[in-house]
Design a protein around this ligand. Structure first.
Ligand code: PLP
Length: 379
């Protein structure tokens, strides 16, 4: 039998071993490492700086006092508490969909929804750079899978043509993409993708994980920015990034949402998130969608353009290539007091190891200017 120690040393020798880094502070602009060193945090997806926001901390405390800490069981077993239902109805309004369903994470949303929606008589077509949760959900479904090169509309169209020929009479064709890609920070050509999915009668699942709270009117995402919300069958996302908390959501038609209540195993067989968390996500969405959210987004976008005026999202990758070099770059930035992670295979394709800089509304101009000069060695 193979020994886990051998597997770990192989990872080590390839520059692919991952280790957990202990932080001794809340999330924020500055974080304290275990050795007491403080550094500027350019590594989180807490784009609006809400993970340690005073208003949300106070709301969470109130919600804990009102609803308790735990939910007791799956929502189908123990009854659904009102904060979950209120959150889902708020979210459906916010995203302009008929209904919404929440999950314990974005990962659980993707795996539950895709495998709940598709089976072996179906075809799932994914962008090559789709998040692991979307790939795993597709694999779990047993559907035939086709991958198109990142944002390649011609290849996507030829997969759709193939799928229409091949799919069972009752089968589904599900097209899956993201609005902002998590490791590249670029956008999907969403209007063209929607036109193609309509031309071939496919369903579209759009993962707005990195767009929710960040782009579009009220931070409603790329679909809202382009006025495409009502032409996308399944919009999903997470509360773990700009909303500063954790959890995932699906916005879709009432019948698709009801079907997921019956089919999505990550929903059915998992304890509901804490009702206090659901109530605090409700508070976070009110904040994100209101004028406070607008000023946080303005600050975020000012910060983004002061680091890179051509950036289209809060994610700025600096491709290095080799794993060891990306790790060395990340370590050297840490010596300069910047926490910027090295992202390696299998999170990104081999040979494209990179620094992934993420910006937040919590950053100040000084540290962005200092980071910019520290990064000049690699760009
Ligand atoms: C982060 C992410 C997820 C997972 O969301 P979690 O709430 O962190 O589990 C899913 N899809 C994409 C594109 C992501 O970036």
């Amino acid at each position: 039998m193979r020994d886990p120690k051998d597997e770990l040393s192989e990872l080590e020798s390839l520059g692919l071993r991952r280790n957990l880094r202990k932080l001794d502070s809340p999330q924020g602009r500055l974080v304290r490492l275990a050795d007491g060193k403080e550094c500027f945090n350019f590594s989180s997806n807490d784009y609006l700086g809400l993970a340690n926001d005073d208003r949300l901390i106070a709301a969470f405390q109130e919600n804990l006092a009102r609803y308790g800490v735990g939910s007791g069981a799956s929502r189908l077993v123990c009854g659904t508490q009102s904060p979950h239902l209120e959150l889902e109805s708020q979210l459906a309004d916010f995203k302009g969909s008929e209904a919404a369903l929440t999950f314990s994470s974005g990962f659980a949303t993707a795996t539950g929804v895709i495998s709940g929606l598709c089976d072996k008589s179906d075809i799932v077509i994914l962008d090559k750079l789709s998040h692991a949760s979307l790939i795993d959900g597709s694999r779990l479904s047993g559907a035939k899978m086709r991958i198109f090169p990142h944002n390649d509309l011609d290849k996507l169209e030829s997969h759709l043509q193939w799928a229409v020929e091949k799919v069972d009479a009752n089968g589904r064709i599900l097209l899956v993409t993201e609005s902002i890609f998590s490791m590249d920070g670029d956008l999907a050509p969403l209007a063209e993708i929607v036109a193609l999915k309509e031309k071939y009668g496919a369903l579209l699942l759009l993962d707005e994980a990195h767009a929710f709270g960040v782009i579009g009117p009220q931070g409603r995402g790329l679909a809202a920015e382009l006025g495409l919300e009502d032409r996308i069958d399944l919009q999903m996302g997470t509360f773990s990034k700009a909303a500063g908390l954790s959890g995932g959501y699906l916005c879709a038609s009432r019948s698709l949402v009801d079907l997921m209540v019956n089919r999505a195993r990550s929903f059915i067989y998992s304890t509901a998130p804490s009702p206090a968390l659901a109530a605090t996500i409700f508070n976070a969405i009110n904040l994100i969608g209101g004028s406070d959210g607008d000023s946080l987004r303005r600050k975020l976008w000012t910060n983004i353009s002061s680091l890179d005026s051509s950036a289209t999202s809060a994610i700025l990758p600096i491709i290095i290539g080799e794993n060891a070099e990306a790790l060395a770059a990340s370590n050297s930035l840490l010596e300069d007091d910047f926490l910027v992670p090295a992202i390696r295979y299998p999170t990104v394709p081999r040979g494209t190891a990179r620094l992934r800089v993420t910006l937040s509304a919590a950053h100040e101009e000084e540290e962005i200017a200092m980071l910019k000069s520290a990064l000049s060695k690699w760009v």
